[in-house]
Unconditional design. Structure first.
Length: 193
């Protein structure tokens, strides 16, 4: 990666070829292809050349591959299963348990470490979000027959709700912090006059 004289196209080729080979190998060996790609990412040397390579491929990944994966997950999701009241109740309970477990657990851990309340809520909100990795695991479980369509859909609901709630919670914290800073600055301005 850091060898002098290599062009960006050559670096891209020497990165993508092992990436696809590792993804293929982990896929045929019974693991999911994402694990092979993850291993290549861990082995990738750090440096300016690597950063440039990531920037080069990032737009294609974000514009093409990530939306394709979410489309695939969406095609596997059947929200009509929520027309059955027990499944709807299970989905709602799964969301509540997931939020209380992860958001609450991370909030409590941050508070135990002495972080102030707003920081603890921010940690809880950021850690509560579930997304790509949960969807990968769910798709693996669905294709292996481990997860039923109802459970898959309920857990996709958990991923959607917890991910979507992150930005509003953090935005509210930012607004509250801004008001608090403004309120603290106001008496200092009056004292200076």
């Amino acid at each position: 990666m850091n060898r002098p004289g290599l062009g960006d196209d050559t670096r891209l080729l020497f990165t993508v070829a092992p990436l696809f080979c590792a993804a293929w190998f982990t896929d045929i060996s019974g693991l999911y292809s994402v694990f092979g790609a993850f291993c290549v990412g861990m082995a990738m040397p750090r440096g300016e050349a690597s950063e440039r390579l990531v920037r080069t491929t990032q737009s294609v990944t974000q514009v093409v591959f990530v939306p394709m994966f979410f489309t695939y997950s969406g095609l596997n999701t059947r929200f009509d299963v929520f027309s059955d009241p027990p499944v709807l109740l299970f989905g709602a309970a799964a969301v509540v348990v997931a939020v209380v477990g992860k958001f609450g657990g991370c909030w409590a851990a941050a508070r135990l470490r002495g972080e102030p309340g707003p920081v603890a809520v921010g940690v809880g909100a950021l850690m509560n979000a579930r997304g790509l990795m949960q969807l990968i695991a769910l798709n693996i479980g669905l294709s292996a027959g481990i997860v039923s369509e109802e459970l898959f859909t309920a857990l996709v609901l958990v991923a959607l709700v917890t991910t979507v709630m992150t930005v509003p919670v953090l935005s509210r914290l930012d607004r509250r912090d801004a008001r608090s800073r403004a309120a603290q600055a106001a008496p200092e301005d009056e004292d200076e006059e």
